[in-house]
Design a binder for this molecule. Sequence first.
Ligand SMILES: C[S@@+](CC[C@H](N)C(=O)[O-])C[C@H]1O[C@@H](n2cnc3c(N)ncnc32)[C@H](O)[C@@H]1O
Length: 482
Amino acid sequence: MLAVQNTSRQFLSTPLVCHLSRRWKFKKKHFQTSKKLGPEVRALQFFDRYYSPIFGKQWPSIRIALLSRPKYCALVNNLSRSRDDIIADLSSLGAYDINRPKKKAPKKKKVKKDGYEKDNEIESHEEAALNEQTSEISERRNDMDSSLSEDNTHSDTEERDDVDIHSDSEDEDIYSGRVGQVINMHDFIPPAKVYTQDELTLQTQQEQSLPVEDGEEVIQIIPRRDLKIPPELRVHIFPKRNVSTFKKPVGAGYYLMDAASLLPVFALSLTSNCRVLDLCSGPGGKALAMMQTMNIEQLTCVDISLSRLRRVRSVMDRYLGGVGHIIDYHHMNGIRWVAANPDVIYDRVLVDVPCTTDRHVLSPDEEDSIFKPARTKERLQLPKLQQELLKSGMQCCKPGGAVVYSTCTLSPGQNDQVVYAAIMDLHHNSEMQFVIEDLSCLVDAFRNVYYFDNHCKYGQLVLPHLAANFGPMYIAKIRRLN
Ligand SMILES: C[S@@+](CC[C@H](N)C(=O)[O-])C[C@H]1O[C@@H](n2cnc3c(N)ncnc32)[C@H](O)[C@@H]1O
């Protein structure tokens, strides 16, 4: 302001050092007030930028669900001596078995109430619980939003020591699948344009020799009328809109987990005497669910993290006791493990890859979040790692067998695009042939339990929703032909 009022002569005669010091003082003040963004705030900021154009009007609802308490299911332990009592107890609480849904009650007659009609009325205790949850959420959301708005007050040109600006622009690729463009998930983006600039150059070259139509012809999606879900799986949940919670189990009667995590196990359609590989096994929820189908002849659990593999083992020991001898554990990189065992093949392979874990990264309690600036490079390389893990899983699946790929992220770049890239890679570099199995039958069977997105091309995606707060969970099923 002073400089503007001064004549140019006065301005020129003003010592330069004075101007520099004023500028410096301003910057110092800015640095003093700027707050370091926590990884959970960085994650929310990224999600807002990249998921909002993808999910459009649905994003606010997904966002609030991601920030609120998740809903769990109780997976009943078939090996527990009090199994039947446990099932009876869970039912008496109002929970039902999703594998044995009750027939729909006839619609309530519309009743006029307080001047307007209510058809499906939320029971008062549910309403109270929802209200309680909503105020908890809005408190948390306000905290995060205030951090975001504080951050947004910085102008783009100001220097910032708290955010890795370079990584931000690269992240655009992870969430949109394109660089610098707002995309619509409904237009499927081939994985040739993902993430870092280096990868972009490399993959653009590949893309030139691989027109998209080629990919669409190569990747066949075959329909399935139904999917055999083992009736032994006893999974209890509270109905939609009922936000009651299960008590933490005292013994090993049931196991609490996100009900969406059962979908990869359902999709495996485990029939009797299956030999199964769980390539990214820790902490072991899905491995336990697989064992509960009572259809496993042998289960191989691999994980790169020793502590997570130990968790799998302790869960198995606690819930399965003596039956655990059919499980073998390998502390190793899944890609290396498959390469080191070229002759070992499986009827079914689960590739439940590491991903951005969209719900967990929004929790301030998340230790070692993938959104920490120190882990940016690792985060950007996730799709490549996911693709390699999926290819490894596909290679050790027997002809006629099936691979299920799953993640707990909403990102198309870690979901459909990884499936596409892995199939195309093996199509061009091996003799193996694969088809995608359409999982619409799973959606039809469970649309009363989960909210599904209907825009994925190869897999299915469970969207978090306050009334059924499961997921996110993406699943795709690939069958090996030869
Ligand atoms: C999403 S979690 C798997 C969850 C697990 N399937 C369950 O149901 O509990 C991903 C796991 O992959 C493991 N992981 C990461 N990179 C890996 C790799 N290259 N090979 C094998 N496991 C890996 C992580 O340690 C982590 O335990």
